[in-house]
Design a protein around this ligand. Structure first.
Ligand SMILES: Nc1nc2c(ncn2[C@@H]2O[C@H](COP(=O)(O)OP(=O)(O)OP(=O)(O)O)[C@@H](O)[C@H]2O)c(=O)[nH]1
Ligand SMILES: [Mg+2]
Length: 260
């Protein structure tokens, strides 16, 4: 499995677009992170905070905030920060938001009694990545151990160990007070700088462009081919398929052979 989420670089604007998704169990503090950033970053460096919430302030679909940071070797990094809804019923939204992410901040609720929810939620992230052909073990992940102010909070080191994430960058935080919120973004920016210096950023851009080109080629070929096959021939093959006289593979073969 290959875990290379692609960053989007728009050279003309010298912009580096990074999609970072805040993922974690319900009420762990994902939205609070974005609210803090929104309140404490100068308005000219950030967008408005877009939040789709229920009446009880629970994230319904996602929160979104765009942030401009300092220059990384002439590139202007733009962080596109998203949170997912933690509630179990919103699994479909979570998967959708994860698409195309460059990395995930896993916001754990450090309270000892929430440990199992963190474990289950991390397993959910791993499963979603697997469906996308990616592997959590080499996916860009940062662990934020939130609610460190509460008396029953596990320390970041213990929580990381319990979540089986040895070696993963791990920070304690109190999102309501902003502790560990901006620091975490600075870490991501540093990581991004390293990628740029080692040429990894450029390699990822190439891989992204290649897959875009392959996709376009496929679409172009299909539309050219479609224009060469008559509607009635297509319908006949489809009918045979519906009557289960032929397999889908055979139907495709017949249609392609007729067009060539
Ligand atoms: N004590 C404490 N409370 C926190 C902290 N961070 C967030 N909270 C509180 O936890 C509650 C949930 O925070 P949210 O940011 O809405 O949680 P969420 O992860 O976005 O929740 P969902 O969108 O439902 O998944 C709120 O009442 C916050 O004020 C923290 O570090 N310490
Ligand atoms: Mg939320």
């Amino acid at each position: 499995m290959k875990a290379v989420p692609e960053m989007f670089i728009n050279r003309k604007l010298a912009e580096l677009n990074l999609k970072v998704v805040y993922w974690g169990p319900a009420l762990s503090g994902k939205t609070t992170n974005l609210e803090y950033v929104h309140e404490h970053i100068a308005p000219q460096l950030r967008s408005e905070l877009v939040s789709l919430k229920t009446r009880e302030d629970r994230t319904l679909f996602f929160d979104f905030l765009q942030l401009e940071t300092s220059l990384v070797k002439g590139l202007k990094p733009k962080f596109n920060l998203y949170t997912v809804p933690g509630q179990v019923v919103y699994a479909a939204s979570r998967k959708l938001i994860l698409e195309g992410a460059d990395g995930v901040v896993f916001v754990a609720d450090s309270q000892a009694e929430r440990l199992q929810e963190n474990v289950d939620n991390l397993a959910g992230l791993a499963a979603s990545l697997t469906r996308m052909g990616l592997d959590l073990s080499d996916y860009p992940l940062v662990l934020q151990c939130n609610k460190q102010d509460l008396p029953n909070a596990l320390s970041p080191e213990v929580l990381r160990e319990r979540l089986g994430q040895d070696g993963v960058l791990c920070l304690g935080s109190v999102a309501t007070e902003g502790t560990g919120v901006i620091e975490l973004l600075a870490e991501i920016e540093r990581h991004c700088q390293c990628l740029n210096e080692t040429g990894e950023l450029q390699r990822r851009q190439r891989a992204r462009l290649k897959s875009e080109l392959d996709l376009l080629l496929r679409e172009t070929l299909v539309s050219r081919w479609r224009s060469q096959v008559s509607e009635s021939r297509y319908e006949t093959a489809l009918e045979s398929l519906v009557r289960r006289e032929i397999s889908p593979w055979r139907a495709a073969e017949i249609l392609v052979d007729h067009s060539s």
